[in-house]
Design a binder for this molecule. Structure first.
Ligand code: FES
Length: 62
């Protein structure tokens, strides 16, 4: 997991955020949570935006 907070420029769309911190594609879920009890968190953007990932699964639109 990269150092947080992580600032990203994202296009509009649906994203599945990793909440377990195990994804090799962090901050996005890659299925590595299987068996951990964690599930990915859906995150929607209706327009391109700057997004800050402050913790696994926690995104703030700036
Ligand atoms: S890999 Fe972390 S929630 Fe899916």
């Amino acid at each position: 997991m990269p150092e947080l907070p992580l600032t990203l420029q994202l296009d509009a769309g649906t994203y599945w955020l990793c909440t377990c911190g195990k994804s090799e594609n962090f901050p996005y879920c890659n299925g590595a949570h299987k068996g951990s009890g964690f599930t990915p968190k859906q995150f929607e953007l209706t327009a391109p935006a700057t997004v800050e990932i402050t913790a696994p699964g926690e995104a703030i639109v700036r």
